[in-house]
Design a protein around this ligand. Structure first.
Ligand SMILES: [Zn+2]
Length: 745
């Protein structure tokens, strides 16, 4: 064969390879989350970059060694160029599919791709070249060195992730693993840029080493000085970037978390880190709740000596994402008994849930402190199920009531899938958490903590319970069948469980990104801009709740435009989405009331009420309906519509002859933390005729809590007992019993 024919053959081969990669990109874009270029595609391209870059580096460096005057830079440039070109082809193929076959934008998340993908290809090419030069081109030692380099890097990354406080894993070769997947909107932030600069510095350091070696391999051998200097500079840059990251808080250390938060209370069971501006009384309450939760959870699980749990409570989503890499997703590292939470009025609602993970760590043992096959394949259904099972119900329904309603919708995942590694994440989060929570709560109640803890410590179900999983599942279903489902629950379950989650959304990352930008724009007081983002999100997702966002963004700026956005959303929702429709109708009612059209407002509120909204919304709608109709409650308009001076309004309401007046004023006082003012108002409200049972329940719960806060433990327990007798909801009873036990304890 002639040289030209060989060259042509090589070119044809390369073209065929590139075509294959483009086709692969096209195929990849057919998967959820990969449908538009973004972080996920960047990760796929990063892995391709490593798979191609390292062998290409090895081949080019070996060719250089054969020539007698080897150049590491030449070998690197060829290999890196080739790997980057293939990455480009992959991304091109994917973007083509995005543009041709989806409504998503091929450019929205494109900036992620080079940052996530390219440095991996460069680092891999440098590693390949360095390995070949170190091993003098001998193939087997070269490949072993390459593998060792990748393994060393991975080990360092995992070590840092394991012992550090953050949720992310950042590896020079394997790229950026941003932590919890439930954080929908990803951002290209300073941490990622710093990390990727670090990868480039590592690449420089490896290239410097390779250059020094190449010089020594020349005949006659040249000076290694330039290469060593380059290598030292690279290493210094790596160190400087890490120090910078630690000082800005972009690379989490426990010291940087505490610097940012500032507050700390340490006890026997809890080490609580919280925002320094948190009022001392609130911090003390949260600390006592934490200590009590650890004690209760330990007792429920039969853990004699519980670990001291470290809890960091962050002040905002942005700060939490910046410091530990997860904004809305709360997480625990059970093996460290460390919890990261977002603060909320009245304390972080997920505290007890995460404490179960932390305390469960000492039951499960193993490297991760969770039940896992082979130490790493986590049985997420057991882990999350146990935590949900030990929560105190937060809303109107118990976990069993939710699970039963899910069963009626034919959405309840089978237990066998839930308690198997991998199966848990195959179902949307809301379904998986609730179903495993109900199953575990039922197991705890009917079989006791013993077998549950044996399963948690790693025993197969059949050994832990003495009966096969199928049998347990049949019994669980029989139990669920006995749980009643009122119509309000069916509506709430439809809204909660029907959505398919992140994986089921069209252009999921783009839509989530647009929604996040819309929220930011509203916060910055730019309604027009926010409206633009909501419109784009709605067009992409086809989801009427994005039109609700649009209406909300416009509400205080252009009431007529807001009303037509709500109307559009109602039309889009058709006869589905009852919970969303109730929200939309309430908003339209508010707009009508604000314009002075009380009859129209009343009609909207009544229509919303007919859709069986959840209890809190039903109460609010009923109160608004009364407020818009009754002269005794006329003063409530500015309170409900969020206008005017709340203090003056509530003073007028407190004096109203209608018991709803003192009810509203009392709840407001309690919410503000003024328990002493709330008590007489709520007593007066309860002595009259409130519109319905849910109002009495809410008034009693608020009154009991206020009494407890003022130190009247007896009075508080009396009100909780009254609530327990009067309410028609099991969740209220559980909550009241728990609160009564806690109060004064
Ligand atoms: Zn959890």
């Amino acid at each position: 064969m002639t040289a030209r024919a060989t060259r042509a053959g090589q070119l044809a081969l390369q073209a065929a390879g590139a075509g294959l990669v483009a086709a692969l990109g096209f195929r990849l874009a057919g998967l959820p989350l990969l449908e538009a270029p973004g972080w996920e595609l960047g990760m796929a391209a990063a892995l391709l970059g490593v798979a191609v870059g390292a062998p290409a580096g090895v081949l080019r460096a070996r060719r250089e060694l054969l020539g007698g005057s080897p150049s590491a830079l030449r070998a690197f440039a060829g290999a890196a160029g080739f790997a980057a070109l293939l990455q480009l082809v992959l991304v091109g193929g994917a973007a083509l599919r995005t543009a041709l076959l989806t409504p998503c934008s091929p450019t929205f998340g494109l900036a992620f791709v080079p940052v996530v993908a390219l440095p991996s290809a460069l680092a891999a090419a440098a590693l390949g070249v360095l390995a070949a030069l170190l091993a003098r081109g001998r193939l087997l030692p070269t490949l072993l060195l390459c593998a060792a380099g990748l393994a060393l890097s991975l080990a360092a990354t995992l070590t840092e992730g394991y012992f550090g406080p953050a949720a992310w894993l950042l590896d020079p070769f394997l790229g950026i693993w941003p932590g919890p997947i439930y954080d929908e909107a990803l951002s290209l932030d300073r941490r990622l840029l710093l990390f990727r600069l670090g990868t480039l510095a590592w690449t420089g350091a490896m290239l410097g080493m390779a250059t020094a070696l190449a010089a020594r391999r020349r005949s006659p051998p040249g000076s290694a000085r330039t290469g060593l200097a380059l290598s030292a500079t690279g290493l210094l840059a790596v160190a400087a970037l890490r120090l910078l990251g630690a000082s800005t808080g972009d690379l989490a250390t426990r010291a940087s978390l505490d610097r940012a938060l500032g507050g700390r209370l340490t006890g026997a069971r809890c080490d609580l880190h919280f925002p320094r501006e948190k009022p001392a009384r609130e911090a003390e309450r949260l600390f006592r709740a934490c200590e009590a939760d650890v004690a209760e959870v330990s007792a429920a699980l039969g853990v004699a000596v519980s670990p001291r749990v470290n809890v960091w409570v962050h002040r905002s989503e942005e700060e939490k994402r910046r410091l530990v890499g997860a904004s809305r997703t709360e997480f625990t590292k059970p093996w460290l008994a460390e919890i990261q939470l977002l603060d909320a009025p009245g304390g972080p609602p997920a505290l007890r849930h995460e404490i179960v993970h932390a305390v469960g760590g000492s039951v499960a043992g193993g490297p991760l402190g969770v039940p896992a096959r082979h130490g790493v394949l986590v049985d997420a259904g057991l882990v999350e199920g146990l935590a949900v099972a030990l929560e105190v119900p937060r809303g109107e329904w118990t976990v069993h009531e939710w699970a039963r309603a899910m069963k009626d919708l034919s959405l309840l995942p089978p237990a066998a899938r839930l308690v198997e590694p991998g199966g848990f994440y195959a179902a949307p989060g809301a379904r998986a958490y609730t179903a495993s929570g109900s199953f575990l709560a039922w197991l705890l109640a009917t079989r006791g903590p013993g077998p549950v803890m044996r399963a948690y410590a790693g025993a197969p179900f059949i050994d832990a319970f003495g009966v096969p999983l199928d049998r347990l599942e049949i019994d669980w279903h029989a139990f669920l069948a006995s749980v009643p489902v009122p119509p309000e629950l069916a509506v709430a379950a439809e809204a909660r469980f029907r959505p398919a989650g992140l994986l089921g959304r069209r252009c999921a990352r783009e839509t989530a990104g647009l929604e996040a930008r819309a929220v930011d724009a509203s916060r910055e007081g730019r309604p027009e801009r926010a409206a633009g983002y909501w419109r784009r999100a709605a067009r992409l997702s086809g989801d009427p709740s994005d039109l609700l966002g649009l209406g909300d963004a416009l509400r205080n700026w252009d009431a007529a435009a807001a009303d037509s956005a709500y109307a559009e959303a109602l039309a889009a929702a058709g006869s589905g989405w009852p919970s969303l429709r109730a929200t939309l109708l309430e908003s339209r009612g508010d707009l009508a009331w604000g314009k002075g059209d009380a009859p129209l407002a009343g009609a909207r509120y009544r229509e919303a009420l007919s859709l069986h909204p959840d209890r809190a919304r039903a109460r609010r709608l009923t109160a608004k309906l009364a407020g818009s109709a009754s002269p005794d409650l006329a003063a409530s308009a500015p309170y409900f519509l969020g206008m005017g001076n709340a203090e003056a309004t509530l003073e007028a309401l407190a004096a109203s002859p209608d018991p709803l007046g003192p009810y509203l004023a009392g709840r407001y006082a309690a919410m503000r933390g003024d328990a002493a003012a709330a008590i007489p108002l709520l007593e007066r409200a309860l002595s009259g005729q409130l519109p319905s049972l849910p109002f009495r329940v809410e008034a009693l719960a608020t009154l009991a809590e206020a009494r407890c806060r003022t130190g009247d433990v007896e009075g508080a327990r009396r009100d909780w007992a009254r609530l327990e007798r009067e309410t028609d909801r099991e969740a209220d009873r559980e909550r009241a019993r728990h609160a009564a036990r806690r109060c004064g304890g």
